[in-house]
Write a protein that binds this ligand. Structure first.
Ligand SMILES: Cc1cc2nc3c(=O)[nH]c(=O)nc-3n(C[C@H](O)[C@H](O)[C@H](O)COP(=O)(O)O)c2cc1C
Length: 365
């Protein structure tokens, strides 16, 4: 590859805008896009928007670190497309998360092109296995991360206890109205709501149908309907979760040696993004399933009951042990992030979910 001789030596404001235009497509929990940027001609500062990042499934900002890792992958890959190596300085002081400087290098758009085809698929997947070769490629990606391991579960044999804790963890929203209400703020439950917002999840990509969306909308409007809706929704979530586990190609989990190490959490986000976009490039769909691992996290911190306002947290007791057993994860490793994956309908929905405008998240001075 050649350096572009006509290119000015320093990165321009226009190029920064183009980089952020692409970086915006990084995944974030509930599509909350909890970041903003400032460019002063030398440094690109990356800020965390703590208010946007606040989430019941984000204890101690664990998921914020994963998402920032995803974002770093996008920024660096986008810079490469325009012929710059983005050099990261990790800061993590208050809102200021990191700073980037840019140095010229040969342009390569391969990785960002594949990242831009990445997306979350919440549909049912086909009952078709993925080849060993593809799984090995994922392991090769994981091999580059220190302290981080990757495990696949493809035999789809799940003991009752695992199934039960997985289902109950996915039903977490419906345990209490206050939990549901928290997430409802990120749901865009009609065409109008979706069109008028540039973040959150529309019912089109939540994997729910029109009736479900209507029920949720009514519950949001009239909370007294919640006890009436609850049994139907719990049934549907249980049905879906069982089906997700029975069909598709299986699950994979990323573990770390130390979940208090922020670099490792950022690494989890980076690796997650790399595997996710690689699998999507092979027409294999991916959906993160963060709920169970985060509830195990809360439980280990001793505050699951408090966070979820629950009297009965039996479903999570022993869940970590059985989780590790079925994946053959050594007991000293810590569960970080879990996904399901498998073949689905063709990957044509890439980038269909909205993002905030560049103007809203990038400040230039
Ligand atoms: C840290 C993190 C956790 C996530 N957890 C879940 C999850 O539990 N279930 C889910 O369906 N999607 C989950 N997502 C996917 C996001 O909702 C999705 O990335 C976002 O809405 C943007 O959509 P896209 O991935 O299609 O671009 C998670 C994403 C991140 C970064």
């Amino acid at each position: 590859m050649q350096l572009d001789k006509n290119k000015p030596e320093k990165i321009s404001n226009e190029e920064i805008v183009k980089i952020i235009e692409l970086a915006r497509w990084a995944p974030s929990g509930d599509n909350s896009q909890h970041w903003s940027f400032h460019w002063d001609g030398e440094l690109l500062r990356v800020f965390v928007d703590k208010q946007r990042a606040e989430h019941i499934l984000n204890p101690d900002d664990v998921c914020t670190y994963y998402a920032m890792g995803c974002l770093f992958e996008y920024i660096e890959a986008a810079a490469l497309k325009y012929g710059y190596k983005a050099k990261l300085k990790y800061i993590d002081n208050d809102d200021l998360f990191a700073e980037y400087q840019f140095a010229e290098c040969p342009a390569d758009s391969g990785y960002i092109d594949s990242l831009c085809k990445r997306y979350t698929d919440r549909r049912y997947y086909k009952n078709k296995a993925v080849t060993e070769n593809i799984i090995n490629k994922c392991h090769n990606l994981a091999g580059k991360f220190e302290g981080i391991q990757l495990y696949f579960k493809t035999d789809k044999k799940y003991p009752e206890k695992f199934l039960d804790s997985f289902i109950k963890a996915e039903q977490f929203l419906w345990h209490k109205f206050k939990n549901l209400n928290f997430i409802l703020q990120w749901m865009r439950l009609s065409k109008k709501e979706f069109q008028e917002s540039s973040d959150g999840l529309s019912y089109g990509n939540l994997g729910i149908n029109f009736i479900d969306a209507l029920n949720l909308k009514l519950t949001r409007l009239y909370p007294f309907l919640y006890p009436l809706m609850r049994p139907f929704v719990l049934f549907k979530i249980a049905y879906n979760t069982k089906r997700y586990l029975r069909e598709g190609a299986g699950l994979f989990t990323i573990t770390v040696s130390d979940l208090t190490n922020n670099q490792q959490k950022i690494g989890v986000g980076r690796l997650g993004t790399q595997i996710w976009s690689y699998l999507n490039s092979e027409d294999i769909s991916v959906q993160p399933m963060t709920s169970l691992v985060m509830q195990i996290y809360y439980f280990n911190q001793g505050n699951l009951a408090q966070a979820f306002d629950l009297n009965n947290i039996e479903y999570i007791q022993g869940a970590e042990d059985i989780f590790k057993k079925i994946y053959e994860i050594p007991s000293e490793e810590q569960l970080a992030w879990q996904f399901r994956f498998g073949y689905s309908e063709p990957v044509t929905k890439a980038m269909s979910i909205k993002r905030r405008d560049v103007d809203e998240m990038l400040n230039i001075s």
